[in-house]
Ligand binder design. Structure first.
Ligand code: GLU
Length: 309
């Protein structure tokens, strides 16, 4: 058995047995129904071999992890001009905070807090109808993961749409500063639906291969983005990917990563592997409790932290 195979197997065993599982998000009622006992993990190495365990084939709500892929698409559309509409500094605030927006004239701190991701979605929507923009996002995910079965969970999207008060406030506030160009309800509709994409650990790790390999899909040699862009998306994931738990994640795991309130975390070991973990219970900062611990174990045992072994 290879070392990676053994490490993944042991981590999955440990995580499935642990009793400290965090708290499942309930602010979107539909997410609150997920069983906290789930744990899944997939690691794909540079040769394309998959190391998986637990509930790695069960689709879950990727939520904010979708923001990595919408950022990639928006950069593809308008390039560096994106940074006129959204910053790239860690926020130090919860994912749905509104306070900074007022102090900073409606420009969100980064593309991974809700306000920033809504601004990025607005860029993707420009020039199309919501249905077309969503089609573009879902086809991009299917293409990256090489899997046409990936879909949007419309029940989760509807649940979030119904409880959209905070995100509506963020979007309307940005609209008042001209940061959003499209109809607020249309932009929010696309945002809620891309957050509601359901994917398994295996599908997510497949979709992120280009970030681990300088913008290339290592299986096909196909270029998704130039190396410079992959490196910079990874940089934003490292500094901003875990809300106001980003410093702690860098300290403990030392890999670029993005979490979502569905309990998933996508992480990238540059040049080595793409990784997805899922455990629905969250810690106080809204990041998967066991997901983070699993990644800490993996990075330590494999010596993968970008800061050194
Ligand atoms: N769709 C969620 C929201 O806007 C995303 C939350 C998250 O995963 O951070 O509240």
């Amino acid at each position: 058995m290879s070392k990676l195979n053994q490490v993944v197997t042991e981590i999955v065993e440990e995580m499935r047995a642990r009793e400290d599982r965090g708290i499942v998000a309930s602010y979107i009622p539909e997410l609150g129904r997920v069983d906290p006992q789930n744990f899944g993990m997939t690691v794909i190495d540079a040769e394309g071999s998959l190391y998986s365990g637990g509930d790695c084939e069960t689709p879950f709500s990727i939520q904010s992890i979708s923001k990595v892929f919408t950022l990639t698409l928006a950069l593809g559309k308008i390039g560096e001009r994106l940074w006129e509409r959204v910053g790239r500094e860690p926020s130090g605030s919860p994912f749905n905070s509104i306070v900074q927006l007022e102090a900073e004239q409606g420009i969100p701190r980064n593309p991974f807090i809700n306000a920033g991701a809504i601004a990025v979605t607005d860029v993707i929507l420009s020039g199309s109808q919501p249905r077309e923009a969503l089609g573009e996002i879902i086809r991009f995910m299917q293409f990256l993961a090489d899997d046409s079965s990936i879909i949007i969970d419309h029940t989760v999207a509807a649940s979030e749409q119904q409880h959209r008060y905070r995100n509506s406030a963020l979007a309307n506030y940005m609209k008042s500063y001209g940061v959003l160009k499209n109809d607020v309800e249309k932009t929010l509709g696309v945002y809620f639906h891309h957050c509601a994409i359901a994917m398994s650990c295996r599908q997510l790790a497949m979709a992120a291969r280009f970030l681990a390999h300088a913008g290339l899909n290592p299986a096909t040699g196909c270029s998704i983005v130039i190396p410079d862009r992959a490196r910079r998306i990874n940089a934003v994931m490292l500094t901003c990917g875990h809300y106001d738990g980003s410093g702690e994640f860098a300290y403990r795991v030392g890999l670029p990563g993005k979490s979502g309130v569905g309990g998933g975390i996508l992480a990238v070991a540059p040049g080595l592997a793409s990784i997805a973990v899922w455990s629905p219970g969250l810690d106080a900062a809204g990041n998967s409790h066991l997901g983070r611990i699993a990644l800490e174990r993996l990075s330590q045992r494999m010596g993968w932290s970008i800061f050194g072994p």
